[in-house]
Design a binder for this molecule. Sequence first.
Ligand code: HEM
Length: 228
Amino acid sequence: MAEPEAGQGRQMEGRARPVRLPFASTVFSQALMAASGAGLALFVLLHLLGNAAAYLGRAAFLAYARHLHGLGPLLPAMELCLLLLAATHVVTGTMLTLHNLQSRPLPYRVKAIRAASLSSRLMPLSGLVILLFLAVHVPAFRRPAGPSAELVRITLSRPGMATFYLLSLAALTSHLSHGLWSLFQTLGIVAPRYDQPLRRAAVIVSLLAGGVFMLLPLLALVWPDFLR
Ligand code: HEM
């Protein structure tokens, strides 16, 4: 086992042992986060395209719902994949966060926190908000026979619920923005000349996705005929 670097032993004194990572490697855990995150981001994008049918009116939204539920056994298979991806992402992400908090040498902590972007610092919090959102959203909307336009309109037009959706979607935008950039890093696109364009691309894609989702509760809130 590698000896601790000079001074590190003293910094670690009196602190808990770092959380053991799955398969004992930070690199593998980060790859697991990137792969599961990419799968979840793909779901969010497809879900966004499906829900965007609501902008075209009730008939388009119901046609999307019929199409989705016409997939037969493919739908529960996709739901199972989604659940496995989400479980992998949440468990590995929690362990990585705890591991990083417990093994970071103290003198570098302040500098590292200052250098990190806001969305990167908010990752654990925005992830937690998304988890809470899903605990409310999935039981509220998921119906074996397919989504109901009335249910979506009535739910999103309640001011409390619309506010909860808007705050959660802001958390999703922030999480997606840093997550996409991290994904590029894990894929090895690390040349300094790509840094700014990739950061910008991640922010633009996340803002677009968050904005298209957010307009739905906003429309339901102000337009009584939404999805009628
Ligand atoms: C205003 C924004 C949103 C609307 C209007 C919306 C709408 C819906 C509807 C109608 C369903 C039910 C689909 C069905 O019964 O087959 C659903 C399911 C679901 N939504 Fe959303 N959604 C929104 C945002 C999100 C976001 C941001 C996420 C992820 C972070 C998400 C994750 C899910 C999941 C995981 C399911 C369950 C999928 C399944 O089990 O088939 N939704 N959503």
